[in-house]
Design a protein. Structure first.
Length: 451
């Protein structure tokens, strides 16, 4: 087998030393050409595993970078710049460069780029993306198969369905699957996040309004219920809805009709409602924050989506699905995921559930310079590794003492969560299973707002 060689084009002693050191670590030969002309001559008569091009050698000339990248003898092209411009950073992947590095060089990163590809036996191959693949429920764990079965049994009916589960588990995917498998599939699927729309606007969004119904209502507005006629209305995060609106939703479900704000005409509905929440509705009922009658009206069929940490056997299938999907979407040639990277995925805690896994795989596909996803491309936090053991309370919550009052413990926990999520009250509310306004009020009351 021919010796693997890396060619450096450009005259910079610091870069030359860095590339040579990376070659030594990767076990590949090093060759240098001080000028662009010399480099082109070398490329014309010998093949290289990779070519490192000093951007100053071509003055960021896009045509010349593309010419070198497309040369069969160049191998993987790595651009190096002392102070890369925004234009160069944007253009580098379009011009064919696998990576753009700055000076001083990251020798470890270069060595990883130069290292031989892992043997085929150490790679989990990415399957071919089948037609129609996109956002869908993927997995074969018993908990998820139970969800599939329930969806199959009730999809053809018009029964109201309540989907529960942590944020990021795929509740909207269940709603879309119910719609797609129903007799309403040709009709509209209308989704509304009840927690994302300000309370004073949500009623108008749901029921619509007539012109002049309130200040600023300059024209009639058709609400989401009307727009969903003949199809499915998905009410996400219904646990964050006020009691006043809960009463109006209950009436709409019972009477199968609504009135626009400021209007008197009754509008008949032909809508199948699917609701979802990450919150514990029985607890909200007990505290008086959710109507018990609405709960039973919504939960004609109840579906619970397990957290990803409860279905770890599905992580591999999900990772391969999203790797294939995003490789196709972003036109990246990917052939697999290393065993080490897959182990990292399977041992991660996934606090953000499937949504987090999806984002990790999309980022990895975009950032990977080669055709195999490796551990460092995933950028997983070691702190989020799954721990199946029991953690001592004092270790889990620094500063905790069994002599503290419940209010002091709550203040300590809320403060820590807010710091962990960089004061993102919406995310903190999800973790704490509280309404966003409650988190804000308690943070002020306890004086735990992080500085």
């Amino acid at each position: 087998m021919a010796e693997r060689t890396v060619l450096l084009i450009g005259d910079d002693a610091e870069v030359r030393d860095g590339v040579r050191a990376a070659c030594e670590r990767a076990g590949v030969a090093f060759r240098a050409a001080a000028t662009l002309a010399d480099g082109l001559r070398v490329l014309s008569d010998s093949h290289h595993h990779a070519t490192v091009l000093l951007a100053s050698a071509v003055d960021e000339d896009g045509a010349m970078i593309r010419r070198i990248a497309s040369a069969p003898a160049a191998g993987t092209l790595v651009l190096v710049a002392r102070a890369p411009s925004l234009r160069l950073a944007i253009d580098a992947p379009r011009l064919g460069a696998a990576e753009l590095l700055t000076i001083p060089l990251d020798v470890d990163r270069l060595a990883a780029l130069f290292s031989p590809a892992p043997p085929a036996g150490d790679i989990v191959p990415i399957p071919r993306l089948h037609a129609g693949s996109g956002d869908e429920l993927v997995g074969s764990s018993p908990a998820l198969v139970a969800v599939f079965k329930t969806v199959g049994r009730v999809a053809g009916s018009d029964a109201t369905v309540l989907v529960t589960g942590e944020s990021g588990t795929g509740k909207e995917l269940v709603a879309r699957a119910l719609h797609a498998a129903s007799g309403r599939s040709a009709g509209p699927f209308i989704a509304v996040n009840c927690a994302a729309i300000p309370e004073d606007l949500l009623e108008s969004e749901l029921f619509g309004h007539e012109r002049g119904a309130f200040t600023g209502a300059i024209a009639r507005k058709v609400g989401r219920f009307e727009r969903a006629n003949g199809g499915t209305l998905f009410l996400d995060e219904i646990g964050d809805m006020s009691l006043v609106l809960q009463a109006k939703i209950l009436r709409a479900l019972q009477e199968r009709e609504i009135e626009r704000l400021g209007g008197e005409a009754r509008i008949r509905l032909d809508v199948r409602v699917v609701a979802a929440t990450h919150r514990n509705l029985p607890s909200l009922i007990a505290s008086g924050d959710f109507r018990e009658d609405l709960f039973y009206r919504l939960a004609v069929v109840a579906l619970h989506l397990p957290a990803l940490r409860e279905r770890t056997g599905d992580v591999r299938a999900l990772a391969l699905h999203y790797a294939a999907r995003f490789a196709a979407e972003h036109a990246r040639e990917l052939r697999g995921i290393t065993d080490g990277a897959m182990r990292g995925l399977e041992t991660h805690a996934w606090p953000g559930n499937v949504r987090e896994l999806r984002n990790v795989l999309e980022r990895a596909v975009l950032l990977s310079p080669g055709d195999v996803l490796q551990v460092d491309h995933l950028q997983l936090s070691p702190a989020a590794a799954r721990d199946d053991g029991v953690v001592d309370g004092a270790e889990a919550l620094h500063g905790y003492s069994p002599h503290m009052t419940m209010a002091q413990v709550e203040a300590l926990h809320i403060g820590r969560v807010l710091r962990q999520v960089d004061r993102h009250f919406g995310r903190a509310a999800e973790i704490l299973d509280m309404h966003r306004n409650t988190v804000s009020r308690k943070a002020i009351e306890y004086g735990v707002l992080p500085g």
